[in-house]
Ligand binder design. Sequence first.
Ligand SMILES: [Mg+2]
Length: 133
Amino acid sequence: MGTVVSFDIDGTLEVGVPPGIITLAAVRAARGRGYVIGTCSARTLADQRRIWGRLGLSPDFTVLKHRLADVRASFTALAYYHIGDTDIDEHFAGLAGFRFLRADAASVRAWGPELLPGWPDLGTDHAGKGETR
Ligand SMILES: [Mg+2]
C-alpha cells in the first residue's frame, strides 16, 4: 500500500544541528516516490513545522520522539521506516514498530538503494556532510 518514512532532524538531516547525512534531495526523492514523510524529533512540533516550511515541503506528520507509535496508527502502510542517528531513535523505532535506519555513511550505503532506488547520493556520499552533487 505504501511506505512511511520518519526523519529525525538533528544529526540526521543536513539542516539539523549538527548537520546529518540525509540531504534535502533525499527527502524530496522520498516525497517524489509518494512516500508518507514527516519528522520525529525532540524538537517542538512548531519548530519541526518551521523547518519543513524552510524546506518548502509540507510534511504528512510531525511528532515528538516518543510519539512515533501515533504515526504508525495514523497511516496504513506496508513498510514503516525511521531514519535517525542515535540509539534513542532505534529504541523508539522498535517500540513503534518501525524499522530503524541509521543515518551514518556505512549504514546508508546498505539501506539507501532499498529505500530510494536510483538515489546516488546515498551510496556515494562518503563524507556525509558538505558535499553536493
Ligand atoms: Mg538526532
